[in-house]
Every structure is written in structure tokens, then in C-alpha cells.
Write a protein that binds this ligand. Structure first.
Ligand SMILES: Cc1cc2nc3c(=O)[nH]c(=O)nc-3n(C[C@H](O)[C@H](O)[C@H](O)COP(=O)(O)O)c2cc1C
Length: 807
């Protein structure tokens, strides 16, 4: 059947015919057709100014674009660092087996499911993570896969996929049945919490409030940071201290409402019994029944004190308190005060925009001086002084300037920017607007990676809300300063986080970095001076303007001022998002805040800074986290991803994992990066596969500094870091691999399983083995057929007697 191409024509009419429309057009076509059909691409070329060469160049450069038909459901398997460490490969193998996806293909014969490997979905505290048709599932294991697929097929679409959080409801509060004085139940609806089911809890609470006639409201809030307690909700009853609950099931939410919320009007009997201190449940048919015991609030204050004790929240100010999309609430908490100050309108904040006392604006010079005096350095990785960059852009004679918020966050193992965009979109918009005013730009762009759908929905909804008040466009916040803000969605290329590649991408080209100078501050987007700042950098700005540069500079170390947000994930007991003063040591982060590694395990290293960073061994954990100290030990702060590794991690495998990532993401423009990383990966594959000789190890050691030296952009220049740091601190593991051993038991080519004498023949391992490598021999010691065995580790994990060992 010929393809209906009317959608192509509509899309082109809607998104434009200019060459820079190419990525949004391709994204829309893929959303519609599931892939990029050739006929549709030809039609695009015929009806726009986009040439076939430009179109195919872009369509084949970005990872998100598919070139052949896909199954009905897309199953994305996250291969971020935390997921890799947590066993993502085994999860993917199990999915392939369960969905019967043939080797070398990614779709099953019935075209029901297509598997997609994703570099990082940014839900690292739930690792390993699988996302099916936009529903994220955390803590995936090979054993859980059949149940996960069955659940997905059985359940109706999550409320979040309909209207709850796609920006269609700026304030999804349950109608309070009782007006004032009722309980307020705060539920985080950010990606990680939703992956643990909080959207369903939210909906159940709303229904339960109506059913019980309870004097209560449910409020959507942003990320608290304590992901280790997800799903979590907080009940605030006026006059009482608030209680938090973790791990609630849907059934428990109803009991929670009856436990905390005084019934109103609906049933006087209920009220009377309530007053007598009896808990009752109002059934659908109107009968009353004693309620089962209400869930117990979780009271781990010691845990929470340790987790939050050292934290200082600036980018994450009011974390877990505000509805991310409630503009009035943001303003009631000093939102837009800083921007007003920069625009000369310092009146007390009123949501209707009515005039108050007006004082003269901070000049751009004063804004820049404040940022300079704060000592703020870019949080995107390079740590360049923010005020200095703003000054450079402002100094350019060219009148047309741009500002760009870099929300590409491609580092696997990092999710700070996702959380900030999801939880505090107005704060980032405010920071971006202040930056624009400071440098004299009238056009600003958010560049956000497409793997963050919720961050994109929220940002769109927040911008629409600000726009609806007439505060964007010709009159920024009612002033006479024009500012337009738009959003560009990334298309799945890590290198596009690099600023010159990002510019190429916004202009509709392949995301290839270029040599600098000229720097983007001098000649950036469309050749005009362009300020590019990271999401977190911009989120710090409103606080600095409100409190002054000195207040920010008073935190942190001599050269690294203020606070830094980190995503703390991997093998740590309390994973989450933390904001700490610079200079906090790695040990304080891992052991105090994170609560150390799991029981019986040994803290081995911290991987910091993603693919550009390094692995810091536990013996150097007293290193303060600041730009200089980390550089001195061969690592970098990067954008703030921190993955804790315990003794189950193989450091050669970690080095290979990162090289695989950078090699895959290399844009191919320069030889050192294109060929050098490929050769390094081949050598690491040999090491992990047990076929490396000492000559190969020597070659790896020689090549690493050459690639760092010769590459064009930061991607290639820093790609060898994970190899160099593991060689420096964990050389013994490289030596062991040369001798054919993987001490951590991770590299599958180097391990075998053996069943010990204490096996009782209980058959659990035989039942769980996905490839029938263990014959079913009840009451007889089991044997593993190593030819069939895929090293999925299921047998070892399920054996109740610890009888399966790795040799
Ligand atoms: C390969 C590569 C990827 C990068 N990815 C990001 C990113 O995802 N987000 C980001 O803000 N900066 C990223 N950067 C750094 C940017 O080039 C740039 O320095 C930064 O956006 C500037 O903002 P800042 O000064 O506020 O840090 C990346 C750099 C390289 C070399």
C-alpha cells in the first residue's frame, strides 16, 4: 500500500522549509511513521529547501533516527554507567530471549517489539532501567523480564501518558473537598518517582479523597533528591509535623487517606467515628467497615539527616516543596525577583503583574560583576568562569546575540540537568532570561536531549504559562526588553553537548565540532556571538542575584566556589541527587551522604565525570571535590555524574565500557578520535576477552596519551581518561586479565560457573536458567553445561545455598 504522504506536507507546512528545520521535521516524521520511510524523505526534499545530501547526512548522523520499520512497542534498554554496572547487558539478553528477537536484528518476527539500546535514560538511581513505550521500569533483572512484559501488556496506559503530566494540566491538584485546614499530600511526579509508580499513587489518592469525602488535597511536587526512598510521599496536616511514607502500594494509599484526612460532610457517621479515634473505610455501596491498619510512616531520620545534613540547596532550592509548573507558587517563593531586579522592576512580586515601587535596573555591568564576584564556574564540565564568558559576549560589537541553555546532558550516569529541568523549569527560564539581559541577547534557545521527554513537557508547559501572562516576546516580564525563548530537541548524539557541535545541530547540520577560536562567544549560532551555559549554571543565577556574589563565594573552596549538584548512583545505599558545597570529600559523599556500599561489599572506586572523567580509587576518597583537586588525581568533575563501584566491578570492563561509548559517539571528523578510540576499544576487547598479550597492553598505554593530545574536541581529548585512571590505580586488574583472569568475575569470556558440593539439587537454578544449561536433576548435585551457558548469572543469583560460584 502506498504511504500516505499528506502528513509530510502538513509537517513541512507547520515546521518550515528552511534547512534548519530538518531535525524537527525528521523527528515529527519518525513520531508519526515510527521510522523514516524513504518516500517521506524524498517528499521532504521535493517540498523544502533541504537538499538530499543534507537530509541523508543528518538522518544518518543522529542516533535517534530509524531507517526501517519497527515493532508496535519500542523497548529501550538503558546502558548508562549505573545500568551497566548493575547488569544491563544481562537484562538486554533476557529481553531478547523473552521477546524472541533474532540475533543481529532488533525486532521480533511478529513486529510486536523492537529493542533499542540507549546510552542513558537518566534514571540512574533505579538502575538497571528499561523503558517500554515511555513507561520506565527500574531495578530490572533477567528474572523479572517476563513479568515486566506481561504487566506492560496487561495494564492500561499510565495516567501520566494521558494528561497528568504532559503539560496539559499546569496544576493537577485534587479538588480539595474541605477548603482550608485539610491535609496536603505531596507526591513527587518526576521521572524516577514515576518509574516507581507515583503517578498511579497520585491518581489513587485523588480518587480516595473524593471517595472518603476527605478534607485534603494532593499536590505534585518536584524531586526531593532522596531517590533511595522512592516512591515517597509526604503528608502535611496543619498543626502537626509532617510525615513521610515510602514504598506505598496502591492499596495502602486509600488507608493513608483515611488515616490522615478528616472526612467532610459526606458521611456524618464517618466523622463521628473519626472523632472517636476509630479508623473506618467508606465502601462503594455506602457501608462503613473498620479500616485495615493504616500504613506506618517511615521514620528513618538518621538516614535522612545523614543524607541531607551536608547539603546546601541553591540550584535545588525548595526541593520537594514546589509544584514545578505552578508559576504563582514559584513567585511566592521569590521566583522572578532576581529577573525583576535586572530589569529595573524591583516591586514586591505580584502574580497579576501590577505595578509597585520601581527602582532602577541593575546594569548589565552590575549583573556581570555580581556573577564574576560569585566565582561561579560553568557546571557543564569545563568549569570556565561564567561571569567572564558573559562579559566576552556582551563586549562583542555585533548587535544580534543569542543565548543557549545546554540541556544535552549526554554523560551516562548523570541526571542533574534532567532533574533541574523537571523540577525547577521556571528557575532555569529565569536564569536564562537574566543571562540574555546581561549580554544583550533577544533570542534564547533551550537545547534539551530527546531522551528526556518529561523535562521537555515540563519546559514547554512552563514556557507556555509564562507566555500566557504576556511575560515573553516583546515585553519580558512586562518590561520593555524583548526576549523570545524557544526549544530545540536533541536527536541522540552525545557530541552535540559540545558547544560548537550543539550550534551545528541547532543550525540543522550534522553535530560536528569545529576548531576554536573563534569561540561561540565571538562567532556562534549563525555566526553571531552566542552565550552557551549549562542548565545547572543557569539555575544558580537567580539565587546569586538575590543574595549577592559574596554569599555564593562564601561557600566552597578558594578556587571552586558555591555548591555543585551531583547524581549519586551505582553501588551505594542512599542513591539520589545531592547538592553540596564544593570541597566536600568523596568519602563524605559516598560514606556519609550515600551510606556506603551494600552489606558485605567493599567500596572500591568512584567513577566521576562520565566518559571524560576517571575512576578514583577508595584509597583516594579523602580528595576534596573541586575542579583542581580532581584534576590533580587524573579525574575531572565533569557535569556531576558519580557512580560508586564496589568489589563486584571490573575496572578493565569499566574502561572498555567508556571506550565503547566514546568510540560509538565519536563524530568521525578527526583521525585521532575516529581511529584512535577504535583501536583502543579493540585492545580493551582483547583484554576482556582473554586474548590480549603484553604487547597489546603496551600499545594501549602508548595510544591513550596520543588520542588525548591529537583529538580536535573535548570528546576525543578526554576519552582516554577512564583508561588512564584505571591503568594508574588498578593495574593489577589489567595484569590479571593478561593472565586470563577477571578478579571481579565480570568479563564473561574469562569466567565459568561451577556448582559446589553443598548443592542440594533443589532445581531452582535449573528452573531459572533461560537457556536450559542446567539439567533438571532433583536431589542430585546440579551440573552446568558450559557450552550452552550464556553467563547470565541467574543461577548464582537465585541459588539459596550459595552453591554456584564463579571460577
Ligand atoms: C563531548 C562533550 C560533551 C559535552 N556535553 C555537555 C552537556 O551535555 N551539557 C553541557 O552543559 N555541557 C556539555 N559540554 C560542555 C560544553 O561544550 C560547554 O562547555 C558548556 O555547555 C558551557 O556551559 P557552562 O560554562 O555553563 O558549563 C560537553 C563538552 C564536550 C566536549
Amino acid at each position: 500500500m502506498p504511504l500516505d504522504l499528506s502528513y509530510v506536507d502538513d509537517t513541512v507546512a507547520r515546521l518550515g522549509r528552511a534547512p534548519d528545520a530538518v531535525i524537527p521535521v525528521l523527528q515529527a516524521l519518525q513520531d508519526h511513521y515510527g521510522y523514516l520511510p524513504e518516500e517521506a524523505l524524498r517528499r521532504v526534499c521535493a517540498s523544502t529547501h533541504i537538499t538530499p545530501a543534507a537530509l541523508s547526512g543528518v538522518a544518518t548522523f543522529y542516533d535517534m533516527f530509524r531507517h526501517k520499520p519497527v515493532g508496535k512497542h519500542i523497548v529501550q534498554v538503558c546502558h548508562g554507567t549505573a545500568c551497566h554496572v548493575g547488569g544491563a547487558e544481562r537484562v538486554e539478553d533476557a529481553l531478547r530471549r523473552h521477546l524472541r528477537i533474532p540475533e543481529g536484528d532488533d525486532t521480533d518476527a511478529e513486529r510486536k517489539f523492537t529493542i533499542e539500546r540507549v546510552a542513558c535514560l537518566g534514571c540512574c538511581t533505579l538502575a538497571p532501567v528499561v523503558r517500554i513505550a515511555e513507561e520506565t521500569t527500574g531495578y530490572a533483572t533477567p528474572e523479572k523480564i517476563p513479568g515486566t512484559i506481561q504487566d506492560f501488556l496487561a495494564r492500561p496506559p499510565s495516567p501520566s501518558r494521558t494528561a497528568l503530566d504532559q503539560g496539559l494540566q499546569p496544576k493537577p491538584r485534587a479538588a480539595s473537598r474541605g477548603g482550608n485546614g485539610g491535609a496536603e499530600i505531596k507526591v513527587c511526579l518526576d521521572s524516577c518517582c514515576r518509574a516507581k509508580g507515583t503517578d498511579r499513587v497520585f491518581q489513587a489518592l485523588q480518587e480516595s479523597i473524593v471517595l472518603n469525602g476527605a478534607n485534603a488535597s494532593v499536590k505534585r511536587v518536584g524531586c526531593v533528591g532522596a531517590c533511595y526512598r522512592t516512591p515517597m510521599l509526604e503528608v502535611a496536616v496543619p498543626g502537626r509535623s509532617s510525615l513521610t511514607y515510602t514504598g506505598l502500594t496502591l492499596a495502602e494509599t486509600e488507608r493513608l487517606v483515611s488515616a490522615h484526612c478528616r472526612p467532610q460532610g459526606l458521611a456524618r457517621r464517618v466523622s463521628r467515628l473519626w472523632n472517636q479515634g476509630l479508623e473506618v473505610l467508606l465502601l462503594d455501596d455506602g457501608r462503613l467497615t473498620p479500616s485495615p491498619p493504616s500504613p506506618t510512616p517511615s521514620r528513618p531520620p538518621a538516614d535522612d539527616q545523614a543524607f541531607f545534613g551536608r547539603q546546601v540547596h541553591i540550584a535545588m532550592e525548595h526541593h520537594g516543596r514546589l509544584d514545578p509548573l505552578d508559576l504563582d507558587e514559584y513567585m511566592a517563593h521569590e521566583g522572578f525577583v532576581a529577573l525583576r531586579r535586572c530589569l529595573g522592576d524591583d516591586r514586591s512580586v505580584r502574580s497579576d503583574g501590577s505595578a509597585g515601587s520601581v527602582r532602577s535596573a541593575l546594569t548589565s555591568e552590575e549583573i556581570i560583576k555580581t556573577i564574576e564576584s560569585s566565582g561561579l564556574r560553568g557546571r557543564g564540565g569545563a568549569g570556565f568562569p561564567t561571569g567572564q564568558k558573559w562579559r566576552l559576549v556582551r563586549q562583542q560589537a555585533e548587535p544580534t546575540k543569542y543565548v543557549v541553555c545546554n540541556g544535552d546532558e549526554g554523560d551516562p550516569g548523570a541526571f542533574m540537568d534532567r532533574m533541574i529541568l523537571e523540577s525547577f523549569p521556571y528557575r532555569v527560564i529565569e536564569g536564562l532570561a537574566i543571562a540574555a539581559v546581561a549580554v544583550g541577547a533577544h533570542e534564547a534557545i533551550f537545547y534539551v536531549r530527546h531522551e528526556y521527554p518529561q523535562a521537555l513537557w515540563r519546559l514547554r508547559a512552563a514556557l507556555a504559562e509564562v507566555e500566557s501572562r504576556g511575560w515573553l516576546g516583546e515585553r519580558l516580564l512586562g518590561s520593555d526588553y524583548p526576549l523570545r525563548i524557544s526549544i530545540k530537541e536533541g536527536a541522540g548524539a552525545f557530541v552535540c553537548g559540545e558547544e560548537t557541535a550543539l550550534i551545528a545541530s541547532v543550525e540543522g547540520r550534522r553535530g560536528m565540532p569545529r576548531l576554536r577560536p573563534p569561540f561561540p562567544a565571538q562567532a556562534g549560532l549563525w555566526g553571531k556571538p552566542t552565550l552557551i551555559n549549562n542548565v545547572e549554571t543557569l539555575a544558580m543565577v537567580p539565587w546569586i542575584i538575590r543574595h549577592g556574589g559574596a554569599a555564593f563565594a562564601g561557600l566552597g573552596t578558594a578556587t571552586s566556589k558555591g555548591t555543585k549538584v551531583f547524581s549519586l548512583a551505582g553501588k551505594v545505599r542512599r542513591a539520589g541527587l545531592i547538592e553540596i558545597p564544593m570541597g566536600t570529600t568523596l568519602r563524605q559523599i559516598v560514606e556519609e551522604i550515600g551510606g556506603g556500599v551494600g552489606p558485605g561489599r567493599r567500596f572500591k572506586a568512584v567513577q566521576i565525570g562520565g566518559p571524560s572523567g576517571g575512576c578514583v580509587p577508595a584509597r583516594l576518597a579523602d580528595t576534596p571535590v573541586d575542579y583542581e583537586s580532581l584534576r590533580a588525581i587524573g579525574a575531572i568533575m565533569g557535569s556531576g555524574g558519580m557512580v560508586v563501584l564496589d568489589d563486584t566491578a571490573c575496572m578493565v570492563d569499566i574502561a572498555r565500557y567508556f571506550l565503547q561509548f566514546t568510540q560509538n559517539q565519536s563524530c568521525g571528523k578527526c583521525t585521532f578520535c575516529r581511529i584512535g578510540t577504535k583501536r583502543m576499544l579493540e585492545l580493551l576487547n582483547r583484554l576482556c576477552g582473554g586474548t590480549a598479550t603484553r604487547k597489546h597492553l603496551q600499545e594501549l598505554e602508548q595510544l591513550a596519551p596520543q588520542v588525548a593530545e591529537g583529538s580536535l574536541c573535548g570528546l576525543g581529548k578526554t576519552a582516554p581518561n577512564p583508561v588512564l585512571t584505571t591503568l594508574r590505580y588498578f593495574r593489577d586488574e589489567y595484569e590479571a586479565h593478561l593472565a586470563g583472569r577477571c578478579p571481579a568475575g565480570k568479563c564473561t569470556a574469562l569466567i565459568k560457573y561451577r556448582v559446589r558440593e553443598n548443592c542440594t539439587g533443589c532445581t531452582i537454578c535449573a528452573q531459572r536458567c533461560p537457556v536450559n544449561a542446567i539439567p533438571m536433576t532433583p536431589y542430585v548435585r546440579h551440573v552446568i553445561d558450559l557450552h550452552k551457558c550464556t553467563r547470565c548469572d541467574s543461577c548464582r543469583q537465585v541459588c539459596p545455598y550459595g552453591a554456584v560460584e564463579v571460577v
